[in-house]
Write a protein that binds this ligand. Structure first.
Ligand SMILES: Cc1cc2nc3c(=O)[nH]c(=O)nc-3n(C[C@H](O)[C@H](O)[C@H](O)COP(=O)(O)OP(=O)(O)OC[C@H]3O[C@@H](n4cnc5c(N)ncnc54)[C@H](O)[C@@H]3O)c2cc1C
Length: 449
């Protein structure tokens, strides 16, 4: 490993997927990287308090898997050895949208179905094999330490959550806040005399109710995933994904407080109300291995650090602390991975103006997935936001594209590449795809008559 020496010490607040991936990027440039995490890590595969979302379905997009392989070569195989399910993302899943299933066949996109706790534990294990990285658990970061003139962050104030109440200061040349959506960076910046970043909120009030079941080979004819996307009129959605140890994870829910109940009967009834019976058919007889758990997600949230005119040196914000997306689009972990690539790229050019350069690069990473999520949510009448002519057209077109993709494998592959962040959305508007979408819808209308 070549360490291009930018500094002696970097600190990361939070050791979830964002923190771990930021750490991986920094290990090539700092002599020592220290992750500070408020939780104590459980045994691999078990849930932890600081990431309550880890009890719920986490799909890793094909792009995210690619980036994980770039940082940790061989990690896909390591997870497979731990019984995670590997396969072609289109071939192994039943994707239901606009009243039908997308065509399925080999798409060339490799996917991995694994629980969030196991994925995170494996990434953490690989990271900690690097000689210049360490993690301090059970340690709560309370605030930043800065130079007298507040132009540079020089470390953090922290408290070990054991017996002692004593606060401690840990110094570093770079501090990265990867403490998630509830990050205190806006408050900490204000305390140092900086402006808070402008914050965009798009309220969706969605909920996930999740339960684990035992997976049997005969379930859904051996397929490994069912994805039911939200559509008119109920806007309810659901996923059933194969996981390690012959488990299924099932998350079902709706927008604007339309919640799947946590009692057995209510959960089943909600699953039955989805526009395709596949999930219900599996779980009505499968053996449950957990109680249903509810998660409420209020809004997609984006903090525009790239727009700030002043920002202290020696400080960055990362991952969900910048942008936290409606999770139904499954983008969060992949975006943190892409931000880690952006961070590596910025560091390869030195540490001057690092914050400005990184926030610009991160905003480019976030822009398209943010539009995909927010514009997609604007299909739902209660979601507030500007429905420009362009947004209406795009949502109309994507609906038609999904109809065409039910018959046309090439359209289905183009769609799958886009939602997996392998190809930009613009590819869905190439003349070749537009033609196939029009043709597909014409043929479908003809058959319906
Ligand atoms: C219900 C739900 C489902 C999701 N599904 C998907 C999905 O299918 N696919 C996908 O890619 N993404 C999904 N996501 C998003 C994904 O979970 C996040 O994008 C991902 O975890 C990266 O976030 P992060 O590391 O930036 O923050 P987080 O995961 O929130 O982690 C923050 C970390 O910081 C620690 N911390 C916080 N404050 C402090 C402090 N003061 N001191 C020390 N430590 C601190 C926390 O304990 C935690 O470990 C989902 C999110 C939710 C809510």
């Amino acid at each position: 490993m070549v360490i291009k020496n930018i500094g002696q010490h970097a600190i990361i607040i939070g050791a979830s997927m964002g923190g771990l991936l930021a750490a991986r990027a920094l290990t090539d440039y700092y002599q020592q990287v220290t992750l500070l995490e408020q939780d104590i890590f459980p045994a691999p595969g078990l849930n932890r308090k600081g990431v309550p979302q880890d009890r719920h379905t986490h799909g890793l997009l094909a792009k995210g898997r690619e980036v994980l392989e770039h940082f940790f070569p061989g990690i896909t195989q390591e997870l497979e050895a731990k019984t995670a399910v590997i396969g072609d993302v289109l071939q192994l899943s039943r994707w239901f949208a606009e009243g039908g299933y997308l065509q399925r066949n080999y798409s060339g996109l490799k996917g991995i179905l694994v629980s969030r706790p196991l994925l995170e534990a494996q990434v953490r294990q690989r990271l900690l094999t690097l000689p210049n990285v360490k993690v301090i658990e059970n340690c709560n970061v309370l605030g930043l330490v800065a130079t007298e003139d507040h132009t540079r962050v020089t470390g953090v104030r922290l408290k070990h959550q054991g017996n002692s109440n004593a606060e401690e200061i840990l110094n570093a040349e770079l501090v990265v806040d990867a403490s998630g959506r509830r990050s205190l960076s806006p408050v900490w910046l204000e305390t140092l005399g900086y402006e808070k970043p402008h914050e965009k909120q798009v309220k969706v009030n969605i909920s996930y109710t999740t339960r684990i079941y035992s997976r049997q080979p005969e379930h859904i004819q051996g397929d490994q995933a069912v994805i039911v996307t939200a559509s008119y009129p109920s806007w309810r959605s659901g996923v059933l994904l194969a996981q390690e140890q012959e488990h299924w994870i099932v998350s079902i829910g709706g927008y604007f407080s339309d919640r799947a109940p946590t009692d057995e009967q209510g959960f089943l009834e909600f699953a039955k109300s989805l526009p395709t019976p596949d999930i219900y058919e599996v779980i009505k007889d499968a053996e449950p291995l957990s109680e249903p758990t509810l998660y409420k997600f209020p809004s997609s949230q984006r903090r525009c650090y790239e727009k700030l005119k002043r920002f202290p040196q020696g400080y960055l914000v990362f991952g969900d602390a910048i942008c936290s997306f409606n999770p139904v689009y499954g983008q969060g972990m992949t975006i943190t991975a892409l931000e880690a690539i952006a961070l590596q790229d910025c560091l390869s050019k030195g540490s001057q103006n690092l914050a400005r350069r990184f926030f610009q690069a991160a905003s480019k990473v976030v822009d398209i997935p943010w539009s995909m999520a927010v514009d997609g949510d604007l299909r739902i009448p209660q979601v507030q936001g500007k429905r420009s002519l362009m947004v209406r057209f795009i949502n109309w077109y994507i609906g038609k594209l999904q109809v065409a993709a039910q018959q046309d494998l090439k359209v289905a592959i183009a769609f799958t590449k886009t939602v997996n962040l392998i190809a930009p959305p613009a590819t869905l508007f190439s003349p070749w795809i537009v033609f196939r979408v029009l043709l597909g819808n014409l043929l479908q209308a003809k058959t319906a008559n």
